[in-house]
Write a protein that binds this ligand. Structure first.
Ligand code: SAM
Length: 430
């Protein structure tokens, strides 16, 4: 599990992510995790469960949109009868997936200075200041990613719904499932969703915590999106009873720290903000409004990952001192990339990290080989480990648990720091 030791975590993640197979170099790095010699038997973690259902398994089986939501979306699309909607859906999907972060003004300035210096050495360009300026601007335009703000008007909101309703719903459902599996007793009453769009977060939260949730606050700057979300809740019509009770819509993010929400979510919305400063302001506000969990989800791309690491660091560094809630934050769950919907997520929780699971998380596909299993682990202290688990060395229980686990699951093992020091312990095996 990732902790505040971000640089190490990122470096290691980058290194392991490169290959899915076991490359010769990584095989050389493989080691039997020192200290991981047994399953976490402090509690009878398996109970009567078979190994294939050990409690570290967090995979969510295939997610389906609630029928009422799927029907409402279909109704809204048919009603509008948009020409060539498939093409627009594909174009928007590609655009969102390949989107980079906006270039910061300081970075633009740095590039301009560099180009100017380079062009001054060219006698053709350095003749006049005007020519030089023109050449610098032309080169900047050609080489700089041009980030554009999307205006979610009625048309684009519908295309977004057709393109992303199911994927967005699946990604946040997976994040909620993470909390529900690890903390089944957690019964949130209030939720706030920043950049709520079609309202898929509300639907997903209702599917999981519908019994306890009594207030859902949807915040979106686009009036068209808010209208669409409300319509979907009412089965595609403007009137009628909403499918989920207690949903409120706001166009502006409330900033006062007085009212907090048990769960605060931003799904695919930080990437809509035009600068690092805007993102920082929103993340700090969202954290102030969080009493239990702040869940941030973005695309499973480099840009999405960078956004989440930036937000995570902001919260963990605790620069934002909330006058009303001084409890620090910790990472409850790290990034995860399932096959069907590639997304990045980070779940930040208030309180002490000791309250969270101390088992390491599997960060790559588990490689099952004859009589041994390769697991890439992110340990609770932030270290990455490549563990080769065998029944002979680690015991049948751990071996069988490792064999049935997948990327994103927790492996129920004790880590070196938790084991009592043993004078008889030799050097780590390799
Ligand atoms: C990509 S959509 C994500 C929608 C939804 N969360 C989902 O998962 O499907 C981003 C949404 O953020 C909204 N948005 C952009 N900037 C915003 C801001 N400053 N305040 C509130 N909402 C904003 C947009 O209007 C849009 O509906």
């Amino acid at each position: 599990m990732a902790t505040t030791r971000a640089p190490r975590y990122l470096l290691a993640l980058g290194r392991w992510r490169r290959g899915v197979g076991v490359a010769p170099q990584s095989r050389a790095l493989a080691a039997l995790v020192p200290g991981v010699s047994q399953v976490d038997n402090k509690s009878d973690f398996l109970g009567k469960r078979p190994h294939r259902r050990h409690p570290g398994i967090l995979q969510l089986p295939r997610v389906r949109l609630p029928q009422a939501l799927a029907d409402a979306a279909q109704f809204v699309l048919l009603e509008r009868a948009m020409p060539s909607v498939e093409k627009q859906v594909q174009a928007l999907t590609n655009y969102l997936w390949s989107r980079h972060l906006p270039v910061e003004p300081e970075e633009l300035q740095r590039r301009a200075v560099h180009l100017e210096k380079k062009f001054r050495e060219n006698p053709d360009l350095s003749q006049t200041e005007e020519k030089l300026r023109g050449a610098v601007l032309h080169a900047l335009r050609k080489t700089t990613y041009h980030w554009q703000e999307l205006s979610y008007n009625e048309g684009l909101s519908l295309v977004y719904m057709a393109a992303r309703l199911d994927g967005g719903f699946a990604a946040v459902s997976r994040a909620f499932h993470e909390i529900q599996t690890q903390l089944p007793e957690f019964q949130p009453q209030t939720l706030m969703d920043f950049g709520s769009g079609t309202g898929s977060v509300t639907w997903a939260a209702h599917s999981i915590w519908g019994q306890s949730l009594r207030e859902y606050m949807c915040v979106d700057s686009s009036a068209a999106m808010l209208d669409l979300a409300e319509k979907l809740l009412k089965g595609g019509s403007e009137n009628g009873e909403p499918y989920v009770p207690g949903v409120f819509f706001r166009q502006f993010l409330p900033v006062s720290p007085k009212v907090q929400f048990n769960v605060v979510v931003s799904a695919f919305s930080l990437s809509e903000l035009p600068s690092k400063a805007d993102r920082a302001e929103v993340v700090q506000t969202l954290w102030r409004k969080t009493s239990d969990f702040l869940i941030l989800v973005e695309n499973g791309t480099k840009a999405g990952h960078c956004l989440l690491m930036e937000a995570r660091d902001l919260v963990l560094q605790g620069k934002e001192k909330s006058p009303l809630d001084p409890r620090p934050g910790f990472v409850f769950a790290p990034n995860k990339k399932p096959k069907e919907e590639k997304f990045s997520m980070v779940i930040l929780a208030r309180g002490s990290a000791k309250e969270a699971s101390r088992w390491p998380r599997i960060t790559q596909p588990v490689l099952k080989r004859p009589r041994h299993v390769h697991c890439h682990l992110c340990c609770p202290d932030g270290h990455m480990q490549h563990a080769v688990v065998t029944a002979r060395r680690h015991g049948r229980d751990l071996y069988r648990c490792a064999r049935v686990s997948s990327w994103g699951d927790l492996l129920p093992v004790t880590m070196p720091s938790e084991l009592p020091p043993s004078p008889a312990e030799g050097p780590p095996e390799s």
